[in-house]
Design a protein around this ligand. Structure first.
Ligand code: OOG
Ligand code: NI
Length: 468
């Protein structure tokens, strides 16, 4: 079979994210309302900001503006993580980053499966934030054993999904028919099940240990717990949500509103309480509820270097020390004010971010640069070349997640009873053993992109300097 006969992984990803979106809208009607709101706000923003509209059109991003950027699932056992890696690989999604959320009282560690290279991100940027439950963090041994036994009995993939993954691995791809079948089979893993695999009593016990443990252990599969479209104006969507009958979390996670957006800002609407049928037991009670599924929006900005990230983390943690958001969100305004105030220390123009090496840029040679190269004698200093207008620097967009924000998203859906302190912390080695692979380091990916763009620019300018 020639490679031409295979559907490109990027296209399989598009088929998959489209199918997920359709399924989620049907399952969670409020999510459809959020999608409409996002689309309206985006249109409004594009009309009001013609420079933004032009630059998006320039980069060919217009058609995908309000499509889903990510979703999230929570897995229960190592084999599930191992096979989900194989499943996502068929769609060109690979594990990037390690996030330890135990520090924030959430008993999971996570990675994001995402397209890595520029072209793939552009074709379809869909990614899935994937968490693995850390059963070892359940203190009660009996409960821990019980959870393990329950999980041991479940199989979250259909037999056909596993078969098609092997076919893709063996042949190096899937034909059109196989790809369509693969997407349909894969979708089954992410579907919501309104019947639990355990009794209400077991659910309650696990729920008391941590609501998230119940969410992972008590169901047939890792239902997709949210999808997240991109918004061009997150503050506007946050303000508008209540007017559409959607109740947003108290604050937008991440950095404040800025001229030059950095990293990632995100907010969500609170998880819905859904009716669940439990397995029968001696108590006879079989109907209850579970809250897990919600909707989220995101707005991305420039990727930060480790220096920039250090500054971000320091400022954010000082804000969080100064204002702890109340469970009812009543002091959200104080938090926003503090955030804006403290982040004044973070330079807010691209040139300073670049010169101070706080953020990553992609360099391109300008026409003036090419003309000057003909004459020779160019400076080898990047800053000088930029000053002279021979090189242009464009922001590299952050494509990953933020642990503090992720914890905030988890927590807003767990209620105030979700706070716990765990003594065990990061364990990337164990995570990677379960995954059966190493996770890519996100900072290295951005640094490589920047270095490659500089290398290519120097070459185009005929400069033979090795870029440090
Ligand atoms: C994942 C929360 C993290 C984000 O956008 O930071 C996340 C979850 O609730 O399972 O999706
Ligand atoms: Ni999310």
């Amino acid at each position: 079979m020639s490679a031409d006969a295979f559907v490109h992984p990027d296209e399989i990803r598009s088929m998959f994210s489209g199918a997920m979106s359709e399924m989620y809208r049907a399952e969670v009607p409020q999510y459809g309302t959020l999608m409409e709101l996002v689309s309206e706000v985006n249109q409004h923003k594009l009309t009001a900001d013609s420079a933004l509209a032009e630059s998006l059109a320039d980069r060919g991003e217009m058609e995908r503006i309000d499509l889903e950027r990510h979703g999230a699932i929570r897995l229960g056992k190592p084999e599930e993580l191992f096979n989900i890696r194989r499943l996502f690989a068929v769609m060109g999604m690979h594990p990037v980053g390690y996030y330890d959320l135990s520090v924030a009282g959430v008993p999971v560690h996570s990675t994001a499966f995402r397209p890595i290279d520029d072209a793939a991100l552009k074709r379809n940027p869909f990614r899935v934030f994937t968490s693995l439950l850390r059963l070892e963090l359940i203190e009660d041994k009996e409960l821990r054993d019980q959870a393990e036994q329950i999980l041991a009995q479940r199989e979250i993939f259909t037999a056909n999904a596993i078969k098609l993954i092997s076919v893709a691995e063996d042949n190096g791809g899937l034909t059109r028919d196989q790809a369509a079948q693969f997407v349909a089979e894969a979708l089954e893993t992410f579907r919501w099940h309104s019947s639990a695999t355990v009794s209400l009593e077991t659910y309650n016990k696990l729920h008391d240990a941590h609501r998230l443990i119940a969410d992972v252990v008590c169901f047939k599969g890792p239902h997709i717990n949210h999808l997240t479209p991109r918004t061009l104006d997150i503050d506007a969507v946050q303000r508008e949500m209540p007017k559409r009958g959607i109740s947003p979390k108290a604050v937008v996670e991440g950095p404040p509103t800025r001229n030059c957006p950095i990293l990632l800002r995100q907010t969500s609407f609170k998880a819905l309480e859904e009716r669940v049928e439990f397995a029968g037991d001696h108590s006879g009670e079989t109907v209850g509820t579970h809250t897990a599924r919600f909707g989220e929006i995101e707005q991305r900005g420039i990727a930060l270097t480790s220096e920039g990230r250090k500054l971000y983390d320091t400022l954010l943690s000082s804000v969080r020390h100064a204002v702890q958001i109340n469970a009812d969100g009543s002091n959200a305004c104080d938090y926003d004010t503090e955030l804006t105030e403290r982040f004044k220390a973070f330079p807010d123009d691209y040139e300073t971010l670049r010169v101070e090496k706080l953020a990553f840029f992609r360099y391109r040679v300008t026409d003036a640069g090419l003309a000057a190269a003909q004459k020779g004698g160019l400076s080898t200093s990047v800053d000088e070349l930029v000053d002279q207008g021979y090189l242009r620097a464009e922001p590299i967009i952050y494509e990953d997640f933020l642990p503090v924000s992720a914890a905030g998203i988890f927590q807003s859906n767990l209620g105030s009873d979700g706070q716990k302190n765990y003594s065990e912390h990061a364990n990337q080695d164990v995570f990677e053993k379960c995954l059966g692979a190493k996770v890519a380091n996100e900072l290295s990916l951005y640094a490589e992109l920047e270095a490659a763009s500089l290398e290519a620019s120097y070459q185009a300018l005929g400069i033979r300097k090795q870029v440090a």
